[in-house]
Design a protein around this ligand. Structure first.
Ligand SMILES: Cc1ncc(COP(=O)(O)O)c(C=O)c1O
Length: 478
C-alpha cells in the first residue's frame, strides 16, 4: 500500500498573520491541490495526527478541515488506508483552467519530445538498444545510496569536482584539449551551456555568425539572446570565414560545429580554423564551439577540438553527453577560457547551477571506471556497421548518398519539396528530416533528406530502407 502523497503537506501554505482562520486555510489549500490535480484521485492524505504535528496546529483543526473535504465529496475515509482523494470530483467544484493561445512550435522536430517511440532514420537520438543500462543503473543506485552519507547541502554550482576532473582528463585524451578542471562548468547539456555562454559574454545586440545550414535551435537561441544573426555559408571546408569577415567583420560571436558540421558533416579545415581564431583574436570576438558529437567520428580519428589550437583563449568549447551517452542523463559541460572562468562560475551560481549531484557522481564513476571509453568504442563500431547496412539497403535510391556525422544525406532535385516528403515518410513509419529546415533562409536552401543511422538495426533495416527507396522512387516518377 502506498504512503501519503507528500504533495499534500507541500500544498498547505499557512499564514498565521492572516485574518483567515487556520482551519479554513488548510481546507482551502487541500481543496485547491485536489482540483488542480496536484493531488490525484486515490492519493492518500497524511493522518490527521501527522499533519497536525507537521503544521503545528491542533488535531481537531485538521480533523475539521478533513470533514469539510468529505462533505464536499473531495475525499473519503478508506478505513485503515486513511483518507483518500475521491475518484470522481463533482464538476461544480472544478476550477476552469485558463485559456491558452494555440501553441506555435515551428521548431517542433528539433527540441520537443515526439509522441510514440523512436522511428528508423530519426535524427538527434542515440541508439535506443545499446545504452549501458545495467552499469549505469548500478552506478546511479550507488550514487543515490551515497547521498545519505553526504550532507544535505547545495552542490557546487560549477559542477562536482570529481566530474570536472574526469571531463578534463577525457578531453585531453579524446579531443586533445588540455584544460584545468576549474575551467569546466557542468551543465544539463549543450543548450544550457550555450545559455550560460551567451549570458556570461553579455553580447546582446551584437552580430553573431551562424553556419548556414546550421542547427536550427542554435540559430533561434541566438535570436532569443538578442543577437543579430548573420548566416554564413558552409562549403566542403566548413564555415566560409572570409565570407563571415566580408558580411559582418565586427560580429562578437561565431557559433560553429568544427568537428562535424551539423548537418553537412564536414570538418573545419586547418586553414579555416586558423582564419576563424585569428579573426576572433583580432576583433575581440568569441567562437563558440558546439562539439555535440565529440569523438563520435565514424571515419578515422576525430579532429582535435578547435579549443585545443592556437588562440584557444577566444574559444568557448561546449560538450554534451546527449549523443555519446543519452539525452536522458541530461549532462553537458562548457570549457571556458581561464580569463572568463570567474564570470562563467558567477553565472552558473546565480542563474544555471549544475544538474543533480547524484547523476554527476554516477557519471564521474562511469568515466573513472573506464566504462565511458569502452561505451564510445562500442558505439563507434556499432554505428559504423549500422551505417554500412543502411547504405547497402538504400542502393536503389535515385540519389547519391553522402555520409554526414551519424546520418546519411540524401540530396534531392532542386524543385523537390523535402518538407512534404518528410511528412509522408512519417506516415510510413520512418523519420528522415528535411535538409531545407536547417537553412536560415528558405531561398538558399538545398532540398534533401537527413536520415540518422543510429537506430537502423539488422531487424528493421530492410523495411525502413524499402520504404525510403519506394518513397523517393515514387517522387521521381511524378
Ligand atoms: C548540432 C547540435 N548541437 C547540439 C545539440 C543538442 O545537445 P543537447 O541535447 O546536449 O542540448 C544537438 C542535438 O541534436 C545538435 O544536433
Amino acid at each position: 500500500m502506498t504512503g501519503p502523497n507528500p504533495n499534500a503537506e507541500c500544498a498547505i501554505n499557512l499564514d498565521r498573520a492572516a485574518p483567515t482562520p487556520i482551519g479554513e486555510q488548510i481546507f482551502a489549500s487541500l481543496k485547491g491541490a485536489i482540483l488542480s490535480g496536484v493531488l490525484a484521485s486515490g492519493d492518500r492524505l497524511p493522518s490527521g495526527r501527522d499533519l497536525a504535528v507537521q503544521l503545528g496546529v491542533a488535531r481537531g483543526t485538521v480533523r475539521a478541515a478533513y470533514d469539510r473535504l468529505v462533505d464536499e465529496s473531495l475525499i473519503f475515509g478508506a478505513g485503515s488506508a486513511g483518507m483518500r482523494v475521491c475518484s470522481e470530483i463533482p464538476t461544480s467544484s472544478i476550477i476552469p483552467t485558463p485559456a491558452m493561445p494555440p501553441p506555435n512550435r515551428p521548431l517542433l522536430p528539433f527540441g520537443r519530445p515526439q509522441s510514440g517511440g523512436v522511428l528508423p532514420f530519426q535524427m538527434g537520438v542515440p541508439s535506443q538498444t545499446d545504452f549501458p543500462a545495467k552499469t549505469w543503473h548500478r552506478l546511479m543506485a550507488n550514487a543515490a545510496r551515497a547521498d545519505r552519507s553526504f550532507s544535505q547541502v547545495y552542490g557546487d554550482p560549477q559542477g562536482e569536482q570529481e566530474l570536472r576532473v574526469q571531463i578534463a582528463a577525457h578531453l585531453a585524451v579524446s579531443r586533445q584539449l588540455r584544460c584545468h578542471p576549474d575551467q569546466v562548468v557542468v551543465t544539463s547539456g549543450y543548450r544550457q551551456g550555450l545559455a550560460l555562454a551567451l549570458t556570461a559574454l553579455q553580447v546582446t545586440g551584437a552580430e553573431a555568425w551562424i553556419e548556414d545550414p546550421g542547427y536550427p535551435l542554435g540559430r533561434r537561441a541566438m535570436e532569443l539572446a538578442g543577437l543579430c544573426v548573420v548566416p554564413i555559408p558552409v562549403d566542403s571546408e566548413g564555415i566560409c570565414v572570409a565570407e563571415g569577415i566580408r558580411k559582418a567583420p565586427d560580429a562578437k560571436i561565431a557559433l560553429v560545429t568544427p568537428g562535424q558540421q551539423a548537418p553537412l558533416g564536414v570538418c573545419l579545415s586547418p586553414a579555416r580554423r586558423l582564419a576563424l581564431t585569428d579573426w576572433a583574436a583580432g576583433r575581440d570576438a568569441w567562437v563558440i564551439e558546439d562539439d555535440y558529437l565529440s569523438e563520435l567520428q565514424l571515419d578515422g580519428r576525430a579532429a582535435p577540438a578547435l579549443a585545443s589550437g592556437p588562440d584557444a583563449d577566444r574559444v568557448i568549447h561546449i560538450g554534451s553527453f546527449s549523443k555519446t551517452m543519452s539525452p536522458v542523463i541530461g549532462v553537458g559541460f562548457v570549457v571556458c577560457p581561464p580569463l572568463l572562468a570567474t564570470r562563467f562560475i558567477e553565472v552558473a551560481s546565480t542563474l544555471s547551477p549544475a544538474p543533480s549531484q547524484t547523476i554527476q557522481r554516477a557519471l564521474a564513476e562511469f568515466m573513472s571506471g573506464g566504462h565511458y571509453l569502452r561505451h564510445l568504442r562500442k558505439m563507434k563500431a556499432l554505428y559504423t556497421f549500422q551505417r554500412s547496412i543502411a547504405i547497402e539497403g538504400l542502393t536503389e535510391l535515385p540519389a547519391t548518398i553522402e555520409t554526414s556525422g551519424l546520418a546519411l544525406k540524401i540530396p534531392l532535385l532542386d524543385h523537390a519539396d523535402d518538407k512534404r516528403l518528410a511528412l509522408r515518410a512519417r506516415e510510413l513509419g520512418i523519420a528522415p528530416v528535411p535538409l531545407s529546415a536547417w537553412y536560415a533562409s528558405p531561398s538558399n536552401a538545398t532540398p534533401g533528406l537527413l536520415a540518422s543511422i543510429t537506430n537502423i538495426r539488422a531487424d528493421n533495416c530492410e523495411t525502413a530502407c524499402r520504404e525510403l527507396n519506394e518513397l523517393l522512387n515514387a517522387l521521381l516518377k511524378q
